[in-house]
Design a protein around this ligand. Structure first.
Ligand SMILES: [Zn+2]
Length: 336
């Protein structure tokens, strides 16, 4: 009978304590159950006196246990209410979030990828070679003998012994022709290094080399290839013209001029009012170079060309100083 009452009190208490959401409501519940004057426990203590002496001891222990349980329950609830009051305000999920800064692709990488895409679509493979080269691949095998002016210490970063930082991507031509027989159709994009530093030159810059070797390759193929490539890259009709030039590893050699992509040939400061932009060297592979790599010059001909990726990016995005590419200025980089 009395034990049933204890169970009843337990259930009521846990319901009431659950409902008390403020400190004052909780104190109300506390007074109701464990209060010295009118608490439910007082009622049980009063009942104790009416019990026969042999039952009093067990009942008294039950009441004591209940008392401790109720007091602990009140303390725990008080702790929860106080913690909730001191907690930081709830998150307002309707507020706009903080956008994390995302990196963007560097303009050089962008243009390099575009160039690769264009040539891949024309059936070229992308080749690569070491940036630390030996003199043989960078000069010798490209028909550039030891007394050639481009081998001058003024122009080239020499390393230990026979090694140097490649001054051009052309050694990849040699490495490709050493490893494979024609037909060959590759581009080789990559870093090159020269002792050079001004508005349009930096000691490190990016080049793309192109090489095609097969039977019956002519200079007309070369010109058509470059015209198609530049039209795709700048997404406009362009004209390409060749001016006779000299490179040790091509014969005949030419400078490639591109109709100015900024003024469409009308004349502007970038093209120095000529309507033409100098964009790179090219020519037919010198038979002497075929001699270094064991390709029969009687059977095969080929063309090669080179162009600067930095220069293409400057023209494409109207960038006036090559230094911007290396400054890591976010105001510059975020525009791409
Ligand atoms: Zn122009």
């Amino acid at each position: 009978m009395h034990l049933e009452r204890i169970e009843q009190i337990r259930r009521d208490f846990s319901r009431d304590i659950e409902e008390a959401s403020t400190e004052s409501a909780l104190l109300e519940v506390k007074g109701q159950y464990v209060g010295k004057k009118r608490g439910v426990l007082q009622e049980l203590m009063a009942a104790l006196k009416t019990l026969p002496p042999e039952e009093r001891r067990a009942f008294g222990q039950s009441v004591n246990a209940l008392k401790q349980e109720l007091e602990a329950g009140v303390e725990a609830a008080l702790g929860r209410i106080r913690a909730a009051r001191n907690a930081p305000p709830p998150v307002d999920v309707t507020l706009p979030g903080i956008r994390p800064d995302l990196g963007t692709i560097h303009p050089i990488s962008r243009v390099r990828r575009e160039i690769e895409e264009i040539f891949l679509s024309m059936g070229y493979a992308v080749a690569s070679g070491p940036e630390v080269e030996d003199a043989y691949h960078n000069f010798e095998a490209l028909n550039t003998p030891a007394d050639h002016p481009s081998r001058d210490i003024q122009d080239t970063f020499y390393l230990e012994g026979d090694l140097l930082l490649r001054t051009q991507t052309s050694p990849v031509q040699i490495r490709t022709m050493e490893a494979r027989k024609p037909p060959i159709k590759i581009i080789a994009p990559g870093r090159v290094f020269r002792r050079d530093d001004d508005v349009s030159h930096s000691p490190m810059f990016f080049q793309v080399e192109g090489l095609v070797v097969d039977e019956g390759i002519t200079m007309a193929h070369l010109k058509g290839t470059l015209a198609h490539f530049y039209a795709k890259l700048f997404q406009k009709d362009v004209a390409v013209r060749f001016r006779p030039s000299y490179f040790p590893f091509t014969e005949p050699s030419a400078e490639t001029d591109l109709s100015c992509v900024l003024c469409d040939g009308a004349g502007c400061p970038v093209c120095k009012r000529t309507g033409w932009l100098e964009v790179g060297g090219c020519g037919m592979v010198d038979p002497a170079v075929f001699g270094f790599v064991g390709i029969d010059p009687e059977r095969y001909t080929g063309f090669a060309f080179g162009l600067g990726i930095d220069r293409m990016a400057m023209l494409k995005y109207g960038i006036d100083h090559i230094r911007h590419f290396c400054d890591n200025d976010l105001r510059f980089l975020e525009q791409f």
